[in-house]
Design a protein around this ligand. Sequence first.
Ligand code: NAD
Length: 422
Amino acid sequence: MGEMLSAARRRLFDAAEADGAPAELFEALKYPQETTAISLPLRRDDGSLTLVKAWRCRYSDHLGPTKGGLRFHPSVNADEVQTLAFWMMVKCALLELPFGGGKGGAAIDARALTPFERERLTRGYAEALSHVLGPERDIPAPDVGTGPTEMAWIAETYGAHFGRAVPHVATGKPPVLGGLDGRAGATGDGAFHVLEALAGPLGLGDDAKRIAVQGYGSGGRRFAERAAEVGWTVVAVSDSSGTAFAGDGLDLEAVGRAKDEDGEVSGAYGAEAMEADALFDLDCDLLVPAALGGVIDEARAKDLRCTALLEIANGPVKPEADAALEEKGIAVAPDVLANGGGVFVSWLEWVQGRSQVPIPAEEVADRLKTRLTARAEAVAEASRELNLGLRGAAYALAARRLSQAIRAGGADAFSGVGSNDD
Ligand code: NAD
């Protein structure tokens, strides 16, 4: 087992232990259920051949078909894919969705591919894994390096393989192909609802107003815009090219223009340009990592100058940094809750695909707000009840639901077997 997965599992098992979880949970979730590794031949536009390593992991389907994104990034590896699948399992359980956890990835820089190369790679992936995927088996969605177009290619390739239209084999599709209008902003919207529900437990009083967001992509940008609408001051945002900073608050329209037109936030009108990592040194109330995982290690945690963290990225805080954050009194709204809006709306898209009954945008927004707020409040309550941090409490709640599912299909059915006197 890889180091990353082993550390992630420890976090869940520690919280489950503190909550008195049954022994069966630890046994049932010890290893991923199924990981498929493939090597995909990718024919480049110039006629040359590149062999791309790719994976799909279904960590656990105790609560339903496995669900999770598809990542195209050069750093993808088997340990990361399995860990991301594990976190999806925790997230779906915490949000009380009828899904298990899955994830996929290919070790390639999607930005270095032409659109035709990306199409060949994505279709090749879907074809090679057509026996793993399925609307009742394993359902991909966008993640870093993939988006609605890749999901459209997956749904079409899968459908062609089985000779029928199966749009709900993937979520996050373009709306005209069965996607939901609200899916693109769902992760940022969900994170915003979590912030509203958890401001108190995060130690953010009425005068806390300064936000810094690392990663101005689909999740981070939407979150920053929602927070600014209700009076938060976004003092800094970054992308891989650099940071845009303004002590009195950024003009987000100018930042959006810079991102859309030049692909870089750091050139935004009226903002001071800084190195990408300079964002972590800034004084702020809330720091929001919304790029890649593992960006806050122990050394960086010790130097942070914020009151709280809200994790839109998956796994931005390395487990080794947990103690340093606790010592500094920095509370964390954990990824499995804070970025759960994406998978929640994916579930609605899947329901719409199965039923063929459209779900209006207002209903999507209302249901997202209601569910994310309720689960955030449940996490805050469990944190008080169990005397655990918000991450521990979120994990304990997820473990409770997983335990119930595991026992309902096993231990509960057989309790008493062998002790019957008749
Ligand atoms: P995205 O590709 O749209 O955006 C990522 C952003 O991060 C880009 O602006 C990129 O420039 C920036 N970035 C990359 N390296 C950086 C660096 N070193 N410093 C600063 N910025 C950097 O991706 P996304 O969909 O917004 O996903 C971001 C994170 O959120 C990922 O960890 C993903 O797994 C997680 N997440 C996304 C969703 C979703 O629905 N989009 C759902 C759950 C979790």
